[in-house]
Design a protein around this ligand. Structure first.
Ligand SMILES: [Zn+2]
Length: 318
């Protein structure tokens, strides 16, 4: 099961208490799902087709409870493209016109006598706006698993409908945008907060929690990684070898006192501390007796090892 089908499954089980919302949800399902076909003068075929059985069972229950219509459910065998079974709820032909009338989707001036958008009354209340977007998502929506990407979209069949859906989301302070893709107009959200808000707005609270869990985990690990990268790059950037040596010498001085070092190392430490920029070969010439570059290097490494032991709390043998 994909995350998207989990979400659709949860939406299909959200409670349906109010007639106003049922009307809005059925209207959106028909407009977004392309479920109204004109069959000639005042004759229409009205169907709800979805990829999940619980979705059509929900609309079946709504039609029965709020409109007294007993629809017919059947499984459509998979098409050749993806071989996926789909489910269809058909409204009896003699009741189709009456249903469209009660949903106020008929319009003498419209294409095939139909409205392209619902009347204002359909989405008057916030509960009905929510219901409208819920069905729009159920019928033509998609959501990525948050592990992969933050993306939720509704691919509406017309530009007007896409704009209408975006408007409903915006009215809840959810930032929705519209772009066109092939023959569809896609309403989409990209910001994680908006996706999370939309899931809870639609009533998919389990999916919202799952989404939030992934999001928190991702954000924590991103923060940790950023911190690590930052520490590493700071060290690499700011600390060349000479700076590291001087840092070690100061540390030994504060923790142990440079006086405690054997004379050869103590002289080396003072010489380096007094000449922070000087190349190793020149440092060697200042020593008494003079020292080659590799000899200087060896002593600085012993100093570094002592500092490291002090930092780790290990015993330092001098
Ligand atoms: Zn309502």
């Amino acid at each position: 099961m994909s995350f998207a089908s989990d979400v659709r499954g949860e939406l299909a089980r959200t409670p349906m208490e109010d007639a106003c919302c049922a009307r809005s949800e059925l209207t959106a399902a028909l407009l977004c799902g392309g479920g109204i076909a004109w069959r000639g003068r005042e004759r229409y075929a009205v169907t709800f087709t979805a990829s999940e059985a619980p979705t059509v069972r929900r609309y079946f229950a709504m039609l029965k409870r709020f409109y007294g219509i007993i629809g017919q459910i059947r499984a459509l065998s998979g098409d050749t493209l993806n071989n996926q079974t789909r489910y269809q709820l058909a409204v009896p032909e003699e009741e189709a016109l009456e249903l469209l009338h009660r949903l106020e989707l008929l319009d003498e001036g419209g294409l095939f006598g139909l409205r392209a958008l619902p009347v204002d009354e359909t989405i008057r209340n916030n509960c009905c706006k929510r219901a409208f977007v819920r069905a729009a998502f159920t019928m033509c929506g998609a959501i990525s698993h948050p592990d992969r990407d933050y993306h939720i979209e509704i691919a509406a069949p017309s530009e007007a409908l896409a704009g209408f859906i975006a408007l409903q989301l915006n009215s809840f302070d959810i930032e929705a945008r519209v772009s066109s893709r092939k023959s569809k107009y896609v309403v989409y959200l990209k910001r994680a907060e908006d996706i999370s808000d939309m899931l809870s707005l639609l009533g998919a609270s389990k999916a919202m929690m799952a989404f939030e869990n992934v999001r928190v985990k991702k954000e924590v690990s991103n923060r940790v990684n950023r911190q690590l990268n930052c520490d590493n790059s700071n060290i690499n950037r700011s600390m060349n070898a000479a700076e590291a040596q001087i840092r070690d010498i100061r540390y030994i001085d504060s923790e142990l006192g440079l006086e405690k070092l054997p004379r050869t190392l103590r002289d080396m430490a003072y010489t380096r501390a007094n000449n922070p920029e000087m190349p190793l070969a020149e440092l060697g010439e200042l020593m008494d007796p003079p020292l080659g570059k590799s000899g200087v290097n060896a002593r600085l490494r012993r100093i570094a090892a002592i500092a490291e032991k002090l930092r780790c709390g290990d015993e330092v043998k001098l």
